[in-house]
Design a protein around this ligand. Structure first.
Ligand code: G6P
Length: 469
């Protein structure tokens, strides 16, 4: 296969397994924002995407789907357990989300992380054309930039970190803290969601490695006295807004929104939460605040329903198993105490839905609740805003999300403050339409201007500039 001038490396390939015309299984690219943003560039530069198909022990040759060359990386069942469920999602994920759940440190998980990162780096090194560009994504692959640079010093390498980077006091807990920093510093540009994440990273580099830092530039010493410059700064990610605008304008989607409302007994207000079922999302805090509002008599189930979509995630990791039990106990208790024959306090859905149904839900929701305890960005907040072309609806947004830096006209909350959260929910429920419109128009301007294309262009421009240094 011809070498590619532009290579994306991410833990997952952007594909879903679907049934073909003769009942056979085929892989089709999934409609993610990242693929949409990179698709034009992938086509132009004959790009390739290196990643895992999401299942253990699947041996697949490189293949093409909708014009993108996909290069599968195989993971054994043990590697899925130690690298993906273990080091990525039970060590790095909780540590980087401010230790909301305790991170587990196991040396054999680290060994698997090293081994699998090396496999991704080798696959990228094989795929990339001379002097090509490689863009590595996210916390599962923090060692890939330096491994790749060692194999292919001719490449320009970018890395984007989709989740938070923690303050130094927390980061310092990681037994392999220096190795991870060196891994990331193999990139020419290291992108973060928030300015704060970049600052924490620069502090860690200064304090742990004692490298010189000038603004966003880091002087990275090489083996033989020479040095290079790596740049670390924020590039807040966004969504591909186009499909949300298009779906929101469709009469059948609007009809579906009305149908959803009717199926809930036409409450005066619908509240909505949409999350992967993850302990970082503050689902428990949100449901607790809502339950207390019912208990206090400030809300009644005739008036208000909370729809909570919690899509299944990382179901073999203990912390996620416990979280599910906790949430489901809480939901059942609140519904048991408050439901009537006609109305339910909480409509809880432990399922994922296609985008069409999500847009209908966003249109039906008077109040969108994003109460994450820590979140790199939170794209659900941006999806809700993009969908509300009618300039109605209120976004309640945790200050601990990356989105809070940009979406200033949301109702801001500290989800740890349950009384504050209750008051914020009430003010959102009671917000007059004119005020809703004023805020939503400003939010929409921001999201439509700074969409995922603007994000990828600005990152790639910074990378192109790095190449000329
Ligand atoms: C977050 C991470 C992504 C990850 C996604 C879903 O958004 O930043 O890298 O792909 O969660 O998690 P999963 O473990 O299913 O890939």
């Amino acid at each position: 296969m011809a070498a590619a001038d532009f290579v994306v490396v991410a833990n997952r390939l952007p594909v879903d397994r679907v049934e073909g015309p003769d009942g056979e299984e085929i892989w089709r690219t999934s409609p993610g924002g990242l693929v949409a943003a990179l698709e034009p560039m992938m086509r132009r530069e004959e790009g390739a995407w290196v990643g895992w198909v999401g299942q253990p022990d699947v041996d697949l040759e490189p293949f093409e789907a909708t014009g993108i060359r996909l290069i599968p990386v195989r993971l054994s069942a043990d590697e899925v357990a130690d690298y993906y469920e273990g080091f990525a999602n039970d060590t790095i994920w909780p540590l980087y989300h401010d230790v909301i759940a305790p991170p587990q440190f196991h040396r054999e998980w680290w060994e698997a992380y090293l081994r699998v990162n090396r496999r991704f780096a080798e696959a990228a090194a094989d795929a990339a054309a001379p002097d090509g560009t490689v863009w590595v994504h996210d916390y599962q692959l923090q060692l890939v930039p330096q491994m790749l640079r060692d194999l292919r010093p001719d490449l320009t390498i970018g890395y984007f970190h989709h989740i938070p980077f923690p303050a130094h006091g927390l980061y310092a807990q990681l037994p392999w803290r220096d190795q991870v920093l060196r891994g990331l510093l193999g990139a020419d540009v290291i992108g973060f969601q928030r300015a704060q994440d970049a600052t924490y990273f620069l502090t860690a580099v200064r304090r742990r490695l004692r490298y010189e830092v000038k603004g966003a530039a880091i002087i990275v010493p090489g083996d033989e006295g020479e040095s290079r410059v790596a740049v670390a700064r924020a590039f807040p990610i966004s969504i591909d807004t186009e499909p949300y605008l298009e779906l929101a304008a469709r009469p059948e989607i609007q009809a579906r929104a009305a149908e959803i409302r009717a199926s809930l007994g036409n409450p005066r207000r619908i509240l909505l939460g949409v999350d992967r079922l993850d302990y970082t999302k503050g689902i428990r805090h949100r449901i607790k605040a809502y339950g207390e509002l019912l208990e206090d008599g400030r809300l009644s189930v005739e008036d208000v329903t909370l729809v909570q979509v919690a899509s299944p995630s990382r179901e073999r990791v203990d912390a996620y198993v416990h979280l599910r039990d906790e949430i489901e106990l809480l939901v059942a208790r609140i519904n048991g105490d408050h439901d009537t024959m006609d109305h339910s306090a909480i409509r809880y859905l432990h399922q994922g839905f296609p985008r069409e149904e999500m847009v209908a839900l966003y249109l039906a929701a008077d109040v969108m609740l994003v109460t994450a305890l820590r979140d790199g960005m939170n794209l659900v907040a941006k999806e809700y805003v993009a969908t509300r072309a009618d300039n109605r609806g209120v976004l309640v947004l945790s200050e601990f999300t990356g989105a809070a830096d940009e979406l200033r006209q949301a109702v801001r909350v500290n989800p740890h403050d349950i009384d504050g959260l209750k008051d914020a929910i009430m003010s959102a429920i009671e917000m007059p339409p004119a005020e809703q419109g004023r805020r939503m128009r400003a939010l929409r301007r921001r999201v439509l201007e700074n969409d995922v294309n603007a994000w990828s262009s600005s990152f790639l421009a910074a990378l192109a500039e790095a190449r000329t240094r």
